[in-house]
Design a protein around this ligand. Structure first.
Ligand code: SIN
Length: 494
């Protein structure tokens, strides 16, 4: 039976209507015959039994989005902006409840979860404004009887698949841009974290977003639902955030109908500390960029490269800072490191650590599952790591920091770029020459310079190489949801 099984009062959730265990299609809550459980990764408890939508419901959602497209794209940018801003206001008014729902199903500490809600909401606000600035062009024509005009139009129905690590913000970042551009939207959130997506739908409805414009289908058949979203002829654009492996598969599927695509895929972020860095600032930057969301973000530091001259000082100070982290249930006051999402995720990290130790790495801190619970892994530091060890060569997606020593700036850039990924990179230096040379030399879409947190609505988020294509957020974030149309006007001399 579809039901909410957790004690909402004990979890501090005030508005029980925000927990909706049904898909949201064409402005209605849609029940299915079977259900799937949403598990709290901190406790193993079932939070809710959610209606298990499948291929048929996904097709229904696409056809709802198609049905609403003409009406939505015909609205003025101002009208759409008003509705997006209503949605933003409601999300912020319900920040505490939304944060608690997020922590219940995903595990991240409440302060971080509430931060994610504000981060996601910022995209609704940003694109409400940016949608008003979809400018075209006039281009001097080659003869005087002609005019060349360029207009921008919404691409059409947008389908998306979003991950469990940011159950709110990854939807908001895509949906806000799509809706602002005049597109309609279908999202299939991860089955591990459907409740945050459905709470977004509840607030979209309260905000007055018309039926069919924003649809959420939740279900466990990732393959079947994914095939609809990537291959349906009525879907004009597909956008995905997740691993590079799955992204490649989805890209292949999108090729069958030549969809416009944007992909935000995996990363292997280097975090470089030069001899002249402010070491205390670098330690703080490394802590936040590595242990945010228990290391489960695509932009998390994956390898810490430290120049020989400060290796000992950095390692010692970093170890002391890691020892200050409090691991546990994210709803408990003071906790700043939550669980991992699943047993498989913990096993993957255990294997990377074990294989790297076998290859010569040393455990300087942590190194195993925590007593806090089954899905908790200790914040860990490995030293003596080389770039070819499994812990450095792969995306870790867990709370482990491998430390790699280097001698020169050239070596640091070479090591940093020696990966198929190119999402985020970070480095700390106070020398202006080093700053420019390294910033330009790094083959990554985003570079934090003396800064460990780089994500925000005003900045273009995205990667190069096998980390994906397209940009989300910023003034560039609308481009992926707009088609350019060239109008050639002739016969104007008569
Ligand atoms: C991600 O991990 O995919 C997103 C991280 C962010 O937006 O900062």
């Amino acid at each position: 039976m579809t039901e909410v099984t957790c004690n909402l009062e004990a979890a501090g959730i005030k508005d029980s209507q925000l927990i909706k265990p049904f898909s949201y299609i064409n402005g209605s809550w849609h029940s299915s015959e079977t259900q799937f459980p949403v598990i709290n990764p901190s406790t193993g408890e079932v939070v809710a039994q959610v209606s298990n939508a499948d291929v048929a419901e996904t097709e229904l959602a696409v056809s709802a989005a198609k049905g609403a497209l003409k009406m939505w794209s015909a609205k003025s940018a101002n009208e759409r902006a008003t509705l997006l801003r209503n949605w933003f206001n409601l999300v912020m008014e319900n920040q505490d409840d939304l944060g608690r729902i997020l922590t219940l199903e995903q595990g991240k500490p409440l302060a971080e979860a509430k931060g994610e809600i504000a981060y996601g909401a910022a995209f609704l606000e940003w694109f409400a404004e940016e949608g008003k600035r979809v400018y075209g062009d006039t281009i001097p024509a080659l003869s005087s009887d002609k005019k060349i005009v360029v207009i921008k139009q919404p691409v059409g129905v947008v389908a998306s698949i979003t991950p469990w690590n940011f159950p709110n913000a990854m939807i908001a970042r895509k949906a806000a841009a799509a809706l602002a551009a005049g597109c309609t939207f279908v999202v299939r959130p991860s089955e591990s974290t459907p409740l945050s997506a459905l709470a977004m739908a509840e607030l979209a409805e309260r905000a007055g977003i018309p039926a069919g414009v924003f649809n959420v289908v939740v279900g466990s058949n990732s393959r079947g639902m994914g095939q609809v979203l990537t291959q349906h002829p009525d879907v004009a654009k597909f956008t995905f955030t997740g691993s590079t492996g799955v992204g490649k598969l989805l890209l292949t599927q999108c090729a069958t109908t030549v969809k416009k695509v944007s992909m935000e895929l995996g990363g292997n972020a280097p975090f470089i500390v030069f001899n002249d860095a402010d070491i205390d600032a670098a330690v703080q930057g490394a802590i936040i960029s590595k242990y945010r969301n228990a290391g489960q973000t695509c932009v998390c530091t994956n390898r810490i490269l430290v120049q020989q001259g400060v290796l000992e000082e950095f390692t010692e100070k970093f170890k002391n800072a890691v020892a200050e982290l409090h691991i546990g249930d994210g709803l408990v006051e003071g906790v700043n490191l939550g669980p991992m999402i699943s047993d498989k995720a913990v096993c993957d990290v255990e294997k990377l650590v074990a294989d790297s130790i076998a290859a010569g790495a040393k455990v300087a801190f942590g190194g195993q599952r925590s007593e806090a619970g089954e899905l908790f892994y200790q914040p860990t530091i490995l030293t003596g790591v080389t770039n070819d060890m499994p812990i450095a060569a792969n995306e870790i997606f867990g709370p482990v920091s491998p430390i790699i020593a280097f001698e020169t700036e050239e070596e640091a850039i070479e090591l940093a770029n020696d990966t198929e990924y190119g999402l985020a990179a970070y480095f700390y230096s106070r020398d202006i020459g080093t700053v420019w040379r390294v910033a330009e030399g790094l083959e990554f879409g985003m570079v934090g310079i003396n800064e460990g947190i780089i994500s925000n609505a005003a900045a273009p988020f995205g990667g190069v190489k096998q980390s994906g294509n397209g940009r989300e957020g910023s003034k560039y974030g609308l481009d992926d949801y707009l088609e350019i149309k060239y109008l050639c006007m002739g016969g104007l001399d008569k």
